[in-house]
Design a binder for this molecule. Structure first.
Ligand code: S6P
Ligand code: ZN
Length: 183
């Protein structure tokens, strides 16, 4: 498919090949407050995010995907993606904000960086940096990601150690704080 269309108001991708839906129950182990996550799972097990992707998996190719990250919190932690390293660690990625208000949290070793992301913002994720998106707004946070077709996703390292920082709601605002469970 050489041409596709994104509705830049909604973020809806006209054609896609893969759809991934992550509900609260898919996020076990990723949030700090496990009791709050259990309550959410018992309370309707809401969708946390959806990803619509057009993959081109060969070396030298580019894949792309639109993520709809819904608004909400698990305990005091904002809804977020699992986050991953690329399996091929030296593969970079480009993020482009479409709507809503989010944060892109990045980590390499113990070094952490984060960038606010809104409509029109372009963020470069360099090779070797793990990345996770967090919705700190009150509506969907929607963005486009473009990444090398052979990058692959390594979720295991993040599932095990987490990120060094988490993003929490305090006094109606977001704060980036040390992750008490970081190993
Ligand atoms: C892929 C890119 C995004 C994420 C998506 C969901 O390299 O970074 O398309 O896959 O935002 O996040 P995650 O961490 O569950 O894959
Ligand atoms: Zn990625």
């Amino acid at each position: 498919m050489l041409k596709n269309t994104i509705d830049l108001n909604s973020g809806i991708l006209k054609s896609y090949e893969d759809k991934v839906v992550r509900r609260a129950s898919d996020m076990r182990g990723f949030y700090s407050d496990e009791n709050a996550l259990d309550r959410l799972i018992e309370n309707g097990n809401p969708v946390i995010y959806e990803v619509y992707a057009v993959p081109y998996e060969g070396e030298g190719e580019l894949s792309y995907a639109v993520t709809f990250l819904h608004a909400g919190t698990v305990g005091e932690e904002f809804y977020m993606t699992k986050g991953h390293y690329h399996e091929k660690r030296d593969r970079a990625e480009l993020y482009i904000g479409i709507r809503g208000h989010g944060i892109l949290l990045m980590q390499r070793g113990d070094e952490v960086q984060w960038k606010e992301m809104k409509r029109g913002d372009v963020i470069y994720v360099p090779p070797h940096w793990a990345h996770r998106s967090i919705n700190v707004g009150d509506e969907d946070f929607v963005f486009l990601a473009v990444y090398p077709g052979d990058a692959g996703h390594d979720y295991g390292s993040i599932a095990e150690r987490g990120f060094a920082k988490i993003v929490v709601r305090r006094d109606g605002k977001y704060e980036v704080v040390d992750n008490p469970r970081y190993r």
